[in-house]
Design a protein around this ligand. Sequence first.
Ligand SMILES: [Zn+2]
Length: 429
Amino acid sequence: MRAIFKGTILSPISKGKVLFIVPGYLVTSEQGNILEVTSDNPREKYKSFPFYDFSDRIICPGFIDIHNHLSQLPLMGLSDNNLLTWLNKLVFPCEGKFKSQEIAKQTADSFFRQLLKNGTTTTSTYVTIHKQATDLAFQSAKENGVRAFIGKVMMDQEVPGNMLEDTQKSLQDSEELIEKWDGYDNGRLRYALTPRFAVSCSFSMLKGIGDLAKKYDVYIQSHLAESNGELKLIQKLYPDFENYTDVYYRAGILSEKTIMAHCIYLSGKEIKILRKTGTKVSHCPTANRFLASGIMPYRKLEQSGLTIGLGTDVAGGYSLSMFNEMKEAIETSKMINFLNSEKQYKPITVEEAFYLATLGGAKVLSLEKETGSLEISKSADFLVIDYQKLNDFKNRDILSNARNILSKMIYLGNKDIIEQVYLRGKRVI
Ligand SMILES: [Zn+2]
């Protein structure tokens, strides 16, 4: 795996800062880690290393999609009136098919392949209630080389009969999958306990999940405050709780290793609980618009000190492209600012969107020491991007700074501009 890659280096440093080196050199070790990121030609120093010249290409870290549903891949682009009818009419029948191992494996293979082609090298993914399908999803992630958090969906109430689980059996299946897969291949594969949302989980199931998470020190992923209809159901199902977040809090499932997706309708009190427990947030702007759920007040949550990353939420979202997710994040943040008379919520910049899709996502998953940016000793998970495809006029001045390149990539980019994808220094696309 050891090699020298020459190209335009573009890597996040913070929400507002980007490392930009032209020409830059990325040096990778035998083990697939980053040895150097430099503007000094390192070919003398590493004489025996193979050299790859991508002088007219961007080299940037692989993207991190912290929320998606592998099983909903066939539903991409199909919406309905709202979240709850969409779940009942489209999602549950689709996920029910994962009883078939053939469908489960085929879909998982296609999903991880498409994910990599879109430049996503790390993912946090839901499967279905089926243990076997979840096991096959791990198999497929292993074969495709993706860095992944994966979990079996858990539901023991308020869903159609064929999707209803026995509480204890669901916990037991999850525990067996944790023992088999969590930490596999030097931690490249991790288990994430996956209660769909409090609507479809009893309080005793949620408590059991909290206990399992502590016992094995694993992540939990779920949904929170995505739509108005969902909030009404929560009030009906959990009348003795102060609010939606309180259900998760009292069940003991909020911690630094918990990712809550959407978080559109949260009170100040609820935001404080998320902050206090260190709970992470997955911002899924595409899905929030596509299912007409609402707009997450990103800046408000960010200013409250929450750690946030981006999730495509396929198939609540219609695209696996993180370019699209960055674009939606920026555009919806402009709407929030526009609609707010005091204008205190500044829109997301292109640098910040790039951060959220890379290093920000890594922080949500506690992987910031391993991936998410091009830095010494991190895993060499990176993309080679032909950004000239975004610039038909061959006017190099336009693309002479990081902001313009990021803007072109985010607004005009799709998987076609991603030429190569590397994981731990090894080319996988
Ligand atoms: Zn989701």
